[in-house]
Design a protein around this ligand. Structure first.
Ligand SMILES: Nc1ncnc2c1ncn2[C@@H]1O[C@H](COP(=O)(O)OP(=O)(O)OP(=O)(O)O)[C@@H](O)[C@H]1O
Length: 277
């Protein structure tokens, strides 16, 4: 486990208890989907996992060690665990894209040439090198979103926390983003992302934590959690179509247990094609 939340409680001013005795583990190197309805506490949890918020009770552990909340502790923690907010306008502030993405590396004290190298790599990995000199305020929402993610990627965090990474992106933008995140995972980065979209969680996660009213009501492999219709129903969700189709095919004896379940629309169509032959 690279990160762990133990019995976290978070009460906002005004009395809303957004997290209630919340327990969650983040497996190293995996893609963990935090799935749940609006207001369940997903964003609040991400803000606890990089020390942006401090719990009213409970603890966060990084590499098995309790984290501290002093300035130096927070700096070390945030270098290792990056957070990308849902709204890119909350994150971007420099006049142009390259300047914005270089802010983090320069702030780490890296020499200019090394910071520039990191910026170039981060922009390339998000396929937005052509935007380097563009003013940030003139970008589209999807472009801003990728710039905000590039800023976090340039810090080379061990864990990247992403709040609703695909919200507001079109199909192509989402595909580019997921491909970039796949490349990061291949280099060893642990990815944690929030979503309400069961199909996205199934297509693109290894593990899932299901949130309901400030608690995790189930955590396990994507197949365990997303295939559990009864638990999903507690938060008014249904198993993803591709998974339901694959499980049905297994139940009918049309798909062996050692064969991969379909993860996407394309996999589902390929399965139907095979079955039809
Ligand atoms: N700054 C704040 N002050 C007071 N209450 C807040 C604040 N931010 C969030 N809340 C409340 O805390 C609860 C959890 O909110 P949070 O944003 O963490 O949920 P979420 O699961 O990320 O929701 P969504 O899917 O809608 O983004 C909600 O009831 C919300 O109204």
């Amino acid at each position: 486990m690279i990160l762990e939340a133990r019995s976290l409680v978070h009460a906002y001013a005004g009395g809303v208890e957004a997290l209630s005795d919340l327990c969650l583990t983040v497996p190293r190197g995996q893609r963990l989907a935090i799935l749940g309805p609006n207001g369940a506490g997903k964003t609040t949890l991400l803000m606890h996992l990089n020390g942006t918020l401090r719990p009213s009770a409970g603890q966060v552990l990084l590499d098995g060690q309790k984290v501290g909340y002093g300035r130096a502790d927070l700096n070390r923690w945030r270098r290792r665990v990056g957070l990308v907010l849902q709204e890119p306008d909350d994150q971007l502030f420099a006049a142009n894209v390259a300047e914005d993405v270089s802010f983090g590396p320069l702030n780490l004290g890296l020499p200019e040439a090394e910071a520039a190298q990191r910026v170039a790599e981060a922009l390339e990995s998000l396929r937005i090198s052509h935007l380097a000199d563009r003013p940030t305020h003139m970008l589209s929402f999807g472009q801003k979103k990728r710039v905000a993610i590039a800023g976090a990627v340039a810090m080379r965090p061990e864990v990247l926390l992403l709040d609703e990474p695909s919200a507001g992106l079109d199909a192509m933008g989402t595909a580019h983003l997921l491909a970039a995140l796949d490349r990061l995972q291949a280099m060893g980065t642990t990815l944690v992302f929030t979503t309400h979209d069961v199909d996205l969680a199934w297509a693109w996660s290894d593990a899932v934590a299901l949130f309901h009213q400030g608690r995790v009501i189930g955590q396990g492999t994507a197949e365990q959690i997303l295939g559990d219709a009864d638990t999903l129903a507690q938060v008014h969700l249904k198993p993803p179509f591709a998974l339901a189709l694959g499980l049905k095919a297994r139940q009918m004896g049309w798909l062996d247990f050692d064969q991969d379940l379909p993860r996407s629309r394309a996999d589902s169509l390929a399965l139907l094609d095979r079955l039809g032959r």
